[in-house]
Design a protein around this ligand. Structure first.
Ligand SMILES: [Fe+2]
Length: 507
């Protein structure tokens, strides 16, 4: 790594995700397969599934950011935005995400308190990729220097309902102030003919562990027959959540861009056309078994990537702090299906050991550790005895035990099941006193079909939405420096959500 002023540019090599990787996912339920600082730039990732396309000559180093991002080989016409590049009014699906490295202690480690990734789509002819921002809703008050540019490319069309390549744009803004609301627009273009989007706003997360946080948790929106995903976004907006976690399976068929766009659209605007969470509330994802490591997954989402240390696994595992919580996000697909990429587990294990060792050493400052991946370790529902779920249980539980992870969240089974605090062997988890073990939570179903619920010796609360009286589940994870509360909610269309579970861990 070589420092340039206050920016560190990491070394780079062209990389590819192991192709073997990406066979179609196993199916669920038998269905499928201010004003401030300096700023930023953008882009994306590496390949798999290898749909061709030349790799870019070099990765993009966002202005003012201490990290780099790189295009995937299959992307087309990847380029940095230039002042003369064109802009047209067709800006849509403005979304927030994360950039940054993944190694503890490295400059540029992903941090939602001071950085943000912003992505959007346009017509194919628009090459302008700029963001401008300020501390009030009125763009005329924004300092001229609060502007930066990013990159753009075409994501090749998917193999289902092929509807053409998709023009994507990404910009990263760094050096932001924690717990601060920023107003922004995306667009750009030549001087005197710029085009800008609506004004969006977001609030950076706290980096002070003494600041309480409220995190909305959900997963498995695939299908989206009942617009539960949209209803939940209305709720998250009303709650004023710090951020949102999504445990995977956003879509049913990953090669279908229309599904990704439906997911984005349901969060972009509410039923009255008002801006919702997309572009305004940070939502952090993990890869489920339906995302299929497709370029459409990488192209539609903005996730951290460590191209210097983990060039083969961009956007697949990362961690960050939010107030008093350390959050670890992992793609568990090749844990359940190790033949897909035998190198993944040893790489992931080394990263988890390093990350959790550092997090444990920082417990006096950031006391809580929450992990998120897709296939839940402990479930008494449909997938509880699937071979890939058992493989994940045997892999993850000893690691979570070793580092005393407080809460492990997941989806995959479309129901709600929270365990007692447990430790011990994966095949016979032992209930222990509150605050002495790990609590395992499956909380999923915001658009996907309902699964039945069950109970096991480790189960504390189990619930399902098969009755049709409500349309899914979500949780609110509320943390202070001394308490972590898990509240489980039924999602009702009329807003009369019912809290049916609450557990508070204390330090
Ligand atoms: Fe799943």
């Amino acid at each position: 790594m070589r420092p340039l002023g206050n920016t560190y540019f990491v070394g780079f090599g062209v990389f590819f995700l192991t192709a073997a990787a990406v066979s179609a996912a196993a199916c669920d339920g038998g269905s499928d397969a201010s004003g401030t600082s300096t700023i930023s730039g953008t882009s994306t990732t590496s390949g798999t599934g290898g749909t061709g396309g030349a790799a870019p000559a070099e990765p993009f180093a966002p202005q003012g950011c201490m990290f780099q991002v790189a295009a995937r080989p299959e992307y087309l016409e990847w380029s940095e935005s230039k002042p003369e590049t064109s802009a047209t009014p067709n800006i849509r699906r403005v979304r927030l995400g994360l950039g940054g490295n993944t190694k503890p202690g490295e400059p540029g480690k992903v941090d939602p308190a001071t950085t943000i990734g912003i992505g959007w789509q346009t017509d194919d002819g628009t090459l302008a990729s700029a963001v401008r921002w300020g501390s009030s809703p009125d763009p005329s008050t924004w300092p001229a220097e609060n502007r930066t540019t990013g990159v753009t490319w075409l994501t090749p069309e998917g193999t289902i309902n092929a509807n053409g390549n998709q023009r994507m744009h990404e910009v990263y803004v760094c050096g932001l102030t924690p717990e601060t609301t920023y107003y922004y627009q995306v667009g750009g273009g030549p001087k005197d003919s710029e085009v800008w989007s609506d004004v969006y706003h977001f609030t950076t997360t706290p980096n002070n562990p003494n600041t309480p946080v409220s995190i909305v948790l959900a997963g498995d929106s695939r299908g989206q027959d009942n617009e539960a995903w949209r209803v939940l976004q209305n709720r998250a907006t009303k709650l004023g959540a710090t951020m949102q976690l999504f445990s995977g399976d956003m879509i049913n068929f990953a090669p279908d861009q229309a599904e990704w766009e439906k997911w984005l659209d349901l969060a972009w605007k509410d039923s009255e056309g008002k801006l919702s969470t997309l572009g305004q509330l940070l939502t952090v994802h993990t890869h489920g078994n339906h995302e299929n490591h497709t370029s459409l997954f990488y192209g539609n989402m903005l996730l951290p990537q460590d191209i210097a240390n983990y060039p083969n696994y961009a956007e697949l595992f990362y961690s960050f702090d939010v107030g008093p919580v350390h959050i670890v996000v992992v793609d568990d697909y090749w844990v359940g299906f190790p033949d897909g990429d035998p190198a993944y587990i040893p790489t992931l294990t080394a990263w988890l050991d390093a990350d959790l060792t550092a997090a444990n050493a920082n417990r006096s400052e950031v006391p809580w550790i929450i992990t998120m991946h897709h296939h839940g370790e402990l479930s008494s529902s449909t997938h509880g005895t699937d071979s890939e779920v058992i493989a994940g249980r045997e892999y993850f539980m000893p690691i979570w035990d070793k580092y005393h992870v407080d809460l492990a969240v997941a989806g995959h089974d479309h129901n709600y099941e929270r365990s007692k605090p447990v430790t011990g062997p994966a095949d016979s988890p032992t209930p222990v006193n509150l605050n002495e073990g790990t609590v395992y939570l499956v909380c999923a179903g915001v658009g996907a079909d309902a699964y039945g619920s069950g109970t096991s010796s480790f189960t504390d609360v189990s619930h399902n939405f098969s009755s049709g009286e409500f349309i899914g589940f979500y949780s609110i994870l509320s943390a202070t420096k001394t308490a972590l509360t898990i509240d489980g909610y039924e999602l009702h269309i009329d807003g009369a959500d019912v809290k049916f579970d609450s557990l508070t861990l204390t330090k």
